[in-house]
Design a protein around this ligand. Sequence first.
Ligand code: GLU
Length: 474
Amino acid sequence: MADIVTRFAPSPTGFMHIGNLRTALYSYLVSKSQGGKFILRIEDTDQVRLVEGAVDVILDTLKVTGIEYDGEPYIQSERLDIYKEYAQKLIDSGNAYYCFCTPERLESLKNDKGIGGYDGHCRNLPPDEIAKNLAEGKPYVIRQKMPDTGTTSYDDVVYGKVEIDNSELRDQIMIKADGFPTYNFCHVVDDYLMGVTHVVRGNEYLTSTPKYCLLYDAFGWERPTYVHLPLLMGKDENGNISKLAKRHGAVSFQDLVRDGYLPEAIVNYIALLGWCPKNTNQEFFTMDELKTEFSIEGLSKSPAVFDYEKLKWFNSEYIKKMPVDQYQQKALPVLDELCADYINKTKLAELLHTRISYFGEIPEQIQFVTTRPPMSTDLYTNKKNKTTPEICREILTEVLPLLESAEDWSNDTLFAVLKEYAVSHGKKAGAVMWAVRIAIGRQAVTPGGATELMEVFGKGESIERLKLAISELV
Ligand code: GLU
């Protein structure tokens, strides 16, 4: 088989929808799993939709996710002459024609719902009329001449046979009045010229692809293999699913990263949204492993539902596996911004390492550090440790002077002080730890135990919290 060439052909819209990223990933994997080439093509011919900086977003996303394209990216707006040349070829062969219809005329073809296609008015203009119009400089578009009988079909790798009656096909515009080509035309020319063997893209193009096949046929080119991917869906509040959109949660790669998701976790998760490895239940994949394991046969046509909880789970596993220095590098800036100077941020980060599912969760998780939550003395009651508010009051009152005179405020020393107190005063260690942890943390569940929290808070704040707790227990 000839070498595989796939491509990612994003329109620069300013952000990378997670569905687009998955398309890029699958396209990359279709090629790389077979030792092929993967190219990047920026589809920026729709001048109205251009967004500044959008190309950088695309390049940056691919870089961060490790989706590496071969060679330099192609930029469609730099290739306008090529599209004109190929449009001319189709005019010459009778597969395309000049259309001089005015916008007003086209408007009049629409019904009251604003729907209505082109009626083929200029399909058979006499050559001298065309020449005259061109000489007069009349604005024109170039349209593809569709056959009006028969059917066109192709075999999609994921969806199987797709067939359409040619009578349903409108003579679509190839070159617009401003000289820019439409996506419908120029992507076909480019895919051919760039040697693309497998077109991997979202299934919104599934039913327009017969039109593209007709272009290949008109040029006498071999059609590529089509691999259309099911849409990414989100779950609505009522349990229904619909196209993944903002109301479901963050939908761009940038937003997910901003929320504190790791690129590798995002890639791993979306790799499994519509593809299933054969012969393995493996869930964690590096990009290299994906390149080896991926195969087109594992693609599914059922709509894939983006599950934010599942992504969180993947991400928490990736965070746990992060080397400590890398993890600290990401966690510390967040803690630095939120916490007072006396907080031991490195220790706090350590406590959070196995407890956060994404970095954006940190502010909520450490609210009990950045503020003193209102105390409910019920928290001191604990069955297992046999504590009550009264018992805790006694413990706290007795440990306070011991802690005040502690020379070193490390977890180990603090632990030793409390342990020794428990032994010498005939108290259960669990009860002592419970009382102190609640007094310091002021909430039922905390990352870390009593002495770890005291180490995080430092001596000053810890003693203050203990005193406050005692006063609340009166
Ligand atoms: N520019 C198109 C898009 O972003 C590309 C579709 C394709 O891959 O052919 O939807």
